[in-house]
Design a protein around this ligand. Structure first.
Ligand code: O2Y
Ligand code: MN
Length: 615
């Protein structure tokens, strides 16, 4: 019997039995129940600083901040090792990896045997969403990583207050995590956490039994299991079965100069600036954007028929490189204190640094790079390629409450009523700056065909190829993507529903010679203003083959000299020939989903094609 290192804080017999069974298998030194207090958080930070796993940053420049370095092979989510282990393969669909649950559990059980030797097993009761909210869900993560525990403190709501809501027999999503077997001669002694080789890493979701098993990685979404594993992969299945929505969406609060408020959510594939949009500082006089969430939205119908959204998270797991006071001042201020940095570079003055932070180094200043090596500006590798000081997927885990733009009601357990859904990707051509769907079903078609153009170099594909990422959910949907499209259509049929309006935005249009047509960042508030007006049945628009488009004078360009009349014309032009190619490309994308593809969406695509033929 593995000993408990502190008092068991719950009478939930099923939970205690589950924890003790896993302890028997994993054989840790002891079981520690996390209480979620600051004392616990800082004690774990100090322990990791003392053991060499973490570096404490300069307490004047970055109070209460720590820096971690991961194994160079453990730096991002591993989609190739992520599984939706439903009983039937057809329920996982063609876009998810699948192994039969019994087979996967048998394989993983072997890996978990004795995997926590020499380590503590932490038990983390956590709530996704404000504790006690009727939209929130409870999970319990078992992990052998103190780094994961402190990240769960930042990203979720942890501890005894969650156990109180859970009571003696409440429902929870069991989540088991281990970084992998320790080295033969004890823990790694090079200041990084261990991990398993790629072929032994598994990030497994069991949708029918609502379980998460993760082995072999200590990084981000692979290990902080409340985020992508519970709040998206498991929650999409719960949402489908219970009639709500779990989406990969930011949530922002938009206030006009008269003080009128609208709430907007937005789904964009990775690297399209979701966090930047959620924390935007408007360039138009009198408008305000406040942040409710930057990554995930859970939405349920209220009694008034509107969709109410909560941010299930408690913080931001933001990508560091490229973040600066220019690109995202609010994110920079969010991570000034109480922040966990991972795979960033360390300055001589005890501050962090990354590419694109827009902070000049002292002449000749040497950094410690994300691999722990000495680094100098201009350094190149043996092939003459620049060596990066921070890993491109380096992260900051910052608390929501430290964001200067956080909406005062961001933790409202009832959620916020959503007025508009935005979809977008990186599309240098064809898609206009913004347009509005003609109907809910048309909007679902727009969401289901979201994509970003990839560069030929990046993916070994033809330049201009669009990588489709429907609803920005490709790696995060816990069931067949076509059934998920059908769920979106079902939401549109709920009796008495007062649905958000749907818009497609594209901040990434370029001219034929490669110049950006739209400045983006704070100037995206000008597009948000038009969306706000459209939600009120105002805002100048014309009906076109692809949807409602702003007239050329509809977007407020006051004080925006960089976008000429000709640029605006190009940003809002209907490129009929480009759209005909787009229809063909969406048809190819839909074909991947076979017979399960909802007929309504195929009909929407046919209707779009017919409208374009008339142009
Ligand atoms: O590499 C990771 O584990 C992080 S991925 C991530 C982190 C924060 C928000 N979104 C994402 C994503 O991949 O969508
Ligand atoms: Mn995300």
């Amino acid at each position: 019997m593995v000993k408990h290192l502190n008092a068991i804080p719950t009478k939930h017999a099923k939970l205690v039995k589950w924890v003790e069974e896993w302890a028997e298998l994993c054989e840790p030194n002891g079981i520690y129940w996390c209480d979620g207090t600051n004392t616990e958080y800082y004690a774990l930070c100090e322990e990791m600083v003392q053991s060499g796993l973490a570096t404490r940053l300069n307490s004047k420049l970055r109070p209460d901040c720590v820096l971690f370095r991961s194994d160079p092979s453990d730096v991002a989510r591993v989609e190739a090792r992520t599984y939706i282990a439903s009983e039937k393969q057809e329920d996982a669909g063609p876009t998810n990896n699948w192994i039969a649950p019994a087979e996967l559990k048998a394989t993983m059980r072997e890996l978990y045997k004795g995997c926590m030797h020499g380590r503590t097993m932490y038990v983390i009761p956590y709530s996704m969403g404000p504790v006690g909210s009727n939209i929130a869900k409870i999970g319990v993560e078992i992990t052998d990583s103190a780094y994961v525990v402190i990240n769960m403190h930042v990203m979720t709501r942890v501890g005894n207050k969650v156990l109180e809501v859970l009571g003696d027999d409440g429902e929870f999503v069991p989540c088991i995590h281990s970084v992998g077997k320790p080295l033969e001669n004890g823990e790694s002694d090079n200041g990084i956490w261990p991990c398993a080789p790629m072929e032994k890493k598994y990030i497994a979701q069991f949708p029918e039994t609502r379980e998460i098993w993760s082995y072999g990685s200590g990084y981000g979404g692979n290990a902080i299991l409340g985020k992508k594993c519970l709040a998206l992969r498991i929650a999409t299945v719960q949402a489908r079965d219970e009639g709500w929505m779990a989406e990969h969406m930011l949530i922002l609060k938009l206030t006009n100069p008269e003080g009128k408020v609208k709430y907007v959510t937005g789904a964009f594939p990775s690297a399209c600036g979701k966090t930047n949009l959620a924390m935007l500082i408007p360039t138009i006089e009198g408008w305000k954007v406040e942040t409710v969430g930057d990554d995930i939205a859970w939405m349920k119908f209220g009694k008034d028929g509107r969709l109410y959204a909560i941010n299930p998270e408690n913080g931001f797991f933001g990508v560091a490189p490229g973040t600066s006071m220019q690109s995202n001042k609010n994110a920079m201020l969010s991570c000034r204190q109480e922040t966990i940095f991972t795979n960033c570079a360390l300055r001589e003055n005890g501050d962090i640094w990354w590419e694109g932070i827009d902070i000049d180094l002292e002449p000749g200043e040497k950094l410690i790079d994300w691999k722990g090596n000495v680094w100098e500006a201009g350094q190149v590798d043996a092939d003459g390629k620049p060596v990066k000081a921070a890993h491109p997927n380096a992260r900051f885990s910052a608390r929501g409450r430290n964001c200067p733009a956080i909406a005062p009601n961001w933790e409202d357990p009832a959620g916020v009523p959503i007025d508009a859904f935005l979809f977008g990707g990186r599309r240098p051509s064809t898609l206009p700056l913004v347009y509005q769907s003609l109907s809910w079903e048309h909007g679902v078609m727009i969401g289901s065909s979201v994509g970003s153009e990839v560069t030929a170099a990046a993916l070994d594909v033809k330049a201009g190829t669009v990588r489709r990422d429907p609803f920005a959910m490709l790696p995060f949907c816990g069931y067949h993507m076509a059934d998920y499209f059908a769920h979106w259509l079902e939401i549109g049929k709920v009796a008495g529903a007062k649905l958000p309006k749907i818009f497609c935005v594209n901040w990434f249009r370029k001219t034929a010679d490669g110049r950006w047509l739209w400045p983006g960042f704070g100037d995206n508030s000008r597009v948000l203003k038009w969306i706000f007006e459209r939600c009120d049945g105002e805002g100048k628009a014309q009906e076109t083959a692809i949807g409602y488009m702003p007239t050329e004078d509809a977007i407020d360009r006051t004080g925006l000299d960089s976008v000429s009349d000709a640029d605006m014309k190009e940003l809002l032009a209907l490129d009929v020939e480009g759209w005909k190619k787009e229809v063909a490309s969406i048809r190819e994308h839909y074909a991947k989903f076979g017979d399960k593809m909802p007929k309504e969406l195929l009909a929407q695509l046919d209707a779009l094609e017919a409208r374009l033929a008339k142009c």
